[in-house]
Ligand binder design. Structure first.
Ligand SMILES: Cc1ncc(COP(=O)(O)O)c(C=O)c1O
Length: 382
């Protein structure tokens, strides 16, 4: 038997396994409701589709420069100017294969094997799984309801290990909670003083419900790596396009890594994505739908016994404490899928230590799907 590298022994991304089980059930004719995957049910905005058609007709769709086409990098810089009042040099912006490609480049460029990277637990599972695959050490910092599931300076001060990096996300997956600007600033300052490279995942920026002001960590630190994506707010998951705002000293390392690992992000997606920033009206309609879904589930889920929900300031998730219903979230989600046809994600995907008592509902889908899910859950739990 030939060798198989340990690097590949990362745990599965459980939500993808749940999605496979849900699709298999749907193939047998069952009406399955997808509340597992964090994916908008809408296509890319019409302006993006039109730009893609036009590009197909007149562009060669070849490789691009590794950091992305200049008009897109300039448009992203203009977005920071308009939305955040920040004047960023487009030269600091790297266009990536989704934020997933961004994380890979960021971790490779900023950290050495064996470096310790802090992250909240619960958090997006790929952080720790990518870190492990790269020989970095994820340091899970438990952040519960008392901390609104977010990293704080106090948690960092109490961390027994010396960190080389820190990943934060606001709004966060799976909880949707946000860091108020003052706390974000304090974390950025703490990281600078402690020599910790801050990585701020801002993929859910734009999907916010007005409870907390939304600021980019770029406002507080030039040393932080900002990761963002067209997947969520811009409803472009399959276009595999994201971007980073890089500290100046990481631009060239990221460029060289990107040249060798990817050559470039998809040219068609880049050409089309420039238009995404001018599709505000359509994106506002998507946001209104998420807000309606959120309000519906916040009203209806407690009637089905799911009454311990994290405060979802943003994103399209509700993270439910189901400790009073089960001690085995994976089995609970399997049973829910089998008995109601509703797919959800067990908390162990996000928090291996405590996620046996939590689950995540995604409300990225259609409002009718949410209403039907609420009805089925209320019958199920009656
Ligand atoms: C918090 C967070 N970051 C990053 C990603 C990766 O997204 P993409 O690679 O499509 O940009 C996701 C996807 O669900 C996510 O929830």
């Amino acid at each position: 038997m030939l060798k198989v590298a340990k690097r590949g022994e990362v745990p599965p991304f459980i939500v993808m396994d749940v999605m496979r089980a849900a699709n298999a059930l749907a193939a047998t004719g069952r009406d399955v409701l997808h509340l597992e995957v964090g994916q908008p049910s809408t296509p890319a905005p019409a302006g993006v589709l039109a730009a893609a058609h036009a590009a197909l007709d007149c562009d060669r769709i070849g490789y691009t420069e590794a950091l992305g086409i200049l008009p897109l990098r300039e448009r992203i810089a203009a977005y920071y100017r308009a939305e955040q009042g920040l004047a960023l040099d487009p030269g600091r912006i790297a266009v990536t294969l989704g934020s997933s490609g961004g994380f890979l480049l960021a971790f490779l460029a900023a950290f050495e094997p064996g470096d310790k990277i802090g992250l909240a637990s619960p958090s997006y599972p790929a952080y720790r799984n990518i870190l492990r695959a790269l020989g970095l050490i994820p340091v899970e910092i438990p952040a519960g309801p008392a901390e609104r599931y977010q990293i704080s300076v106090t948690l960092l001060q109490n961390c027994p290990l010396t960190l080389d990096g820190l990943i934060i996300a606001s709004p966060a997956n799976p909880t949707g909670t946000m860091l108020p600007p003052r706390e974000l600033e304090e974390i950025a300052l703490y990281c600078r003083q402690a020599g910790i490279r801050l990585v701020s995942d801002e993929i859910y920026h734009g999907i916010v419900y007005g409870t907390v002001e939304s600021r980019s960590a770029a406002a507080f630190s030039d040393e932080a790596i900002i990761v963002n994506s067209f997947s969520k707010y811009y409803s472009m998951t399959g276009w595999r396009l994201g971007w980073m705002v890089l500290p100046p000293e990481l631009v060239r390392p990221v460029e060289c890594l990107a040249q060798n690992l990817f050559i470039s992000a998809p040219a068609l997606s880049q050409l089309a994505a420039i238009a995404a920033f001018d599709c505000g009206e359509e994106l506002a309609r998507n946001l209104a739908r998420y807000a309606e879904n959120r309000a519906l589930l916040l009203e209806e889920l407690p009637k089905a016994g799911f009454d311990r929900l994290a405060p979802a300031d943003g994103a399209f998730y509700l993270y439910a404490d189901i400790g009073h219903l089960t001690r085995d979230s994976a089995e609970f989600c399997r049973r829910m899928l089998a008995e109601t046809g509703i797919a959800t994600t067990p908390g162990i995907d996000f928090d291996p230590a405590r996620g046996h008592a939590t689950l995540r509902f995604s409300f990225a889908g259609a409002t009718g799907t949410m209403a039907e899910a609420a009805r089925r859950l209320q019958n199920w739990r009656r």
